[in-house]
Write a protein that binds this ligand. Structure first.
Ligand code: GYE
Length: 324
């Protein structure tokens, strides 16, 4: 098994390349009509689920960009966070002989067979959001998503600087997903493994995040900091902490990733302490990449969506500007 691309080495370069690529691709898109080929692009998109505010915003962004008016015929299938559903959708897309298969893999491994079959069918793959680890060579043409490791690192750096003695409980995303594996790696590199006194998964959902923190409050009475791999699980943690008669943001500090509106509201209310953004609104960039792939133009192997960070000094204006 090997990772299909080197994230760490390539990210900065990729960010630069992608900015250039995007600049040139808007010219390319307007030039498309000139070729006289106005065929609709048939895209099969396997979304991994609807587990979080991030995912909902990402789905909306993809659907808003891959429209008929923009030249797409989109088949969108929600896998409800089950890999077998995704594999079935991918096989259906092969049978439908779509022009492009796009998917956001729920976990990193277990795709070898289906990726090989897609490759044999000659349909190009555009990987969205999460990453894969596979033995298939050149399994996709291009990937667009966030630098999860850097997100974890930014969260960890804030903790190390502001609360160096924190006793941290890590609320992990779906185990084996790129977002969980890499955020954890980046966070631990910044705070040091010893600072983390316990961890459990909340599968990126509010409900499971709450259950995990209820158990953690019993198991780790010393914990005074939670690093949640997304806002939704952090909001579940808030519920569990308040139900236990404690004050989130004070007795137990909370650091999260995503920066959806509900998360930033919790930050403004003092219940979260720090939020690292993961921007889900990249449907337009995805649409342009797909057009380029179909036109057989050169595309960057990676397009990294750039993230910001927020602390409790967030203003009402910044909050109001958040559309998702
Ligand atoms: O952070 C989380 C979602 O893969 C970036 O998945 C995505 C993550 C996101 O469920 O909220």
């Amino acid at each position: 098994m090997f990772r299909t691309f080197s994230k760490r080495a390539g990210l900065l370069a990729a960010a630069t390349v992608s900015a250039l690529a995007l600049a040139s691709c808007s010219q390319g898109a307007s030039g498309d009509g000139g070729s006289g080929d106005s065929d609709t692009i048939r895209v099969g998109f396997s979304q991994l689920g609807a587990e979080s505010g991030w995912r909902t915003a990402n789905t909306e962004s993809v659907k808003a960009s891959l429209t008929e008016d923009a030249g797409f015929d989109l088949t969108f299938v929600d896998a409800q966070q089950k890999q077998e559903n995704q594999i079935k959708a991918l096989r259906d897309f092969i049978d439908q002989d779509v022009d492009v298969i796009a998917f956001s893999p729920v976990i990193e491994t277990g795709w070898d067979e289906v990726l090989q079959d897609i490759k044999d069918s000659g349909i190009p793959v555009v990987l969205v959001d999460r990453t894969v680890t596979t033995t298939v060579e050149d399994p996709y043409v291009t990937w667009i998503g966030a630098d999860f490791r850097l997100e974890g690192e930014m969260a960890g750096e804030w903790v190390a600087e502001n609360h160096p003695d924190a006793k941290i409980f890590q609320l992990q995303g779906t185990l084996g997903s790129g977002a969980q594996v890499d955020r954890e790696e980046g966070f631990e590199a910044a705070v040091g493994a010893d600072a983390i006194i316990g961890e459990a998964t909340g599968n990126f959902t509010r409900a499971e995040g709450k259950v995990a923190v209820e158990a953690a409050l019993q198991a780790y009475p010393d914990m005074d900091m939670i690093f949640a791999h997304n806002d939704d699980m952090g909001l579940g943690a808030v519920e569990a902490i308040e139900a236990a008669g404690l004050t989130p943001g004070e007795d137990i500090k909370i650091v999260t990733v995503d920066a959806v509106r509900d998360g930033l509201q919790a930050l403004k209310d003092g219940k979260f302490n720090y939020v690292v953004e993961c921007n889900p609104v990249f449907g337009d960039q995805l649409a342009e990449l797909i057009k380029q792939v179909v036109a057989e133009e050169d595309v960057p192997l990676e397009t990294v969506v750039v993230d910001k960070t927020f602390d409790q000094s967030i203003t009402q204006e910044e909050l109001d500007a958040r559309l998702y």
